[in-house]
Design a protein. Structure first.
Length: 278
């Protein structure tokens, strides 16, 4: 079966087989038992276990399974239904455990749009969960800065809180293709940050006109409050954030001592269209 993915070594198309991916030049990539494929070349591995580790992937899965970010999932789904053409080819760049990927794919399928979809992430632990969540999506260990996807192949590219690799996104999107970029709003997780930091800061909100794209819209996807009923849910959320890596020890200890927490959630979805070029 022809794949949405391409060979990371020679950029030739990949054939998706039961147990492996194979390119015309004979490069072969085994599919893991869980269903994903490893397409990150050894010379581009910066660690033995890149991306979220097993514990972080489990924390993210527990948190998202609690429904706390369902409003964002639903907003993304509405945008996909509004913009994706029939038989759209979709890429989730930085897909994690496939929570948003699976929702978009299922909604488009139910709407009779017959999508084809792939997701890439550095974490094999997250992709193991993603592939089990939705086996009809192709999931690959790969970097968003070196996407194993052919030029001008993607109709809709989704990026939720993942690195901004504009050159690659422009390369893989078709002319007129859509790019949905999810970012936190100004007060996202404000109350959590008040616990972590003596002087919490608001997130910057900017409307940036990226070269090669035109702005379609900025969707104020979610503004609300979530209730985290126990310490486990609080710490699961903490592990999903960049604050996990840069919070002073005292702030982390204060957070770990909370029995519950109410905190703001706020998201914006910036929708861009790749400009046609002669």
């Amino acid at each position: 079966m022809e794949s949405l993915l391409r060979c990371p070594l020679c950029a030739q198309p990949l054939d998706r087989q039961d147990t492996r991916y194979l390119c015309p030049r004979g490069h072969s990539f085994d599919r893991a038992a869980a269903g994903y494929v490893h397409l990150l070349p050894a010379n581009k591995l910066h660690s033995k276990d890149p991306g979220d580790d097993k514990a972080m992937a489990a924390a993210r899965n527990r948190f998202l399974s609690g429904g706390y970010y369902d409003p964002l999932r639903d907003a993304l789904t509405r945008l996909a239904l509004a913009y994706a053409p029939d038989r759209a080819q979709i890429l989730d760049a930085g897909c994690g455990e496939g929570y948003y990927s699976a929702a978009l794919f299922q909604a488009l399928l139910q709407a009779g749009k017959h999508p084809r979809m792939a997701g890439v992430d550095l974490s094999k632990h997250a992709l193991r969960r993603a592939a089990k969540r939705q086996g009809s999506i192709e999931f690959a260990v790969a970097s968003v800065y070196d996407l194993p996807v052919a030029d001008q192949q993607i109709d809709l590219l989704v990026n939720c809180f993942s690195p901004l690799a504009l050159e690659e996104f422009l390369r893989v999107l078709r002319p007129g293709g859509l790019y949905c970029y999810v970012v936190p709003g100004a007060r996202h997780l404000w109350e959590l940050k008040q616990v972590l930091y003596d002087q919490p800061y608001r997130n910057r909100e900017e409307d940036v006109p990226y070269e090669g794209f035109s702005y379609e819209r900025v969707e104020p996807a979610v503004d609300g409050t979530i209730h985290l009923p126990d310490t486990q849910a609080i710490l699961d959320l903490f592990q999903m954030t960049p604050y996990f890596w840069k919070t002073p020890r005292q702030g982390a200890l204060r957070l770990a001592g909370l029995p519950q927490l109410d905190t703001t959630i706020s998201f914006r979805i910036h929708v861009f269209r790749k400009q046609d070029r002669p």
